[in-house]
Design a protein around this ligand. Sequence first.
Ligand code: LLP
Length: 437
Amino acid sequence: MHHFQQKNGELHAEDVPLSRIAAEVGTPTYVYSRATLVRHYRVMDQALAQAPHTICYAVKACSNLAVLQLLASLGSGFDIVSLGELRRALLAGADPQRIVFSGVGKRDDEIAEALQAGILCLNVESVGELARIERVAQALGVRAPISLRVNPEVDARTHKYIATGLRTSKFGVAMADALPLYRRAAVSEHLRVVGIDSHIGSQILEVAPLIEAVEKVVQLVDQLKAEGISLAHLDVGGGLGIAYRDEEPAPPAELGAAMTALANSRGLHLLVEPGRVIAGNAGLLLTRVLGKKSNHDKHFVIVDAAMNDNIRPALYGAWHGVVPVVEHEERPRLPVDIVGPVCESGDFLAQDRELGALEPGELLAVLGSGAYGFSMASNYNSRQRPAEVLVHGASFTVVRAREPLEDLWRGEQLLDAATLDVSELPCPGQETAQELG
Ligand code: LLP
């Protein structure tokens, strides 16, 4: 996180004091560092230097157009999972030939637009989807480039909501089913077999499960080759974890060495789909203290960011560092929960932190929020989602203005008088609880 540092007693993003952003843009606001994004992309790129490769950044991690544009300008490709992400990537200047389309459920219109855009590959997750893609391609008179996402049944040893390589998960095609599916795809006039992929989960800290998974995948590559079905690329998915607290994730170089060796051993172009490792520690959520309260001996600091702005603590029990933007050494310490204004007990950003006497008006930074922060934000409680800012050196750009309140009810429709007239509906007598509803 060395582009977010204390200087002159105040936390900065690169050379911009966070108080300046709060004053000009308000809070809550996501703050990204251009230098960190670029560094993370380059570290990954260098880790893969031993093999011909393409980084397909997982758009879902942080899908702001400016972030995608910056990565595209560095040569990044993209891993998309929806039409919305396809449009974003194209708007940001992505090369369609570096886009792969993942996801367990793709609609016909999404497939059609991806094919028309000329993307590199659709990552197929089931026999039904293969047939659907074939049908859409036939209707368009094109050949759809496909890869099968196989499920290597390897435990990524991560949170159960983000483990995807288990036998019981909805993702991918069982190894045993992959061979017949490839055979079928190989003889289709409307499909072109270009690759194979797997993705076993997210926030994976060790390389071993990833190696185990990809070793299984390349065995399948060998079987396919023996049958005369040869592939162009090996897509090893994303998933490399980051340090939120005291985790010690494997360095990208270790992952890179293993994956490039596996790809080279079969003469395949290597694709990776990193999201979190690029964006996670390149962003923080800037929030302001609204007030504090104590119930008995439990102390709460209420801030203006909430679970709708960063749902990770509520959804995964995720731990994010929370630091005051201006640190006072003499501050008395006591354990506090940092909570938002949303009407849920699960609405916390942090629990039991020795942060102590934070005062209303103070700014806090929720660290490691660049990935799956804004992209998972919602309008729950009719709250506007945060603004997003990209810092570059001593300047910053508001890359997403805070949404106007009116946008929250855009598309909603008030009823006309006739529909509001409910006189024809019977008045209930005494109803039992069972009759309600
Ligand atoms: N490729 C595929 C097919 C994926 O499903 C994902 C993430 C990635 C790549 C990128 O994975 P990464 O490198 O970021 O680990 N919302 C959760 C994480 C969900 C990950 C979903 N898939 C969180 O906040 O922890």
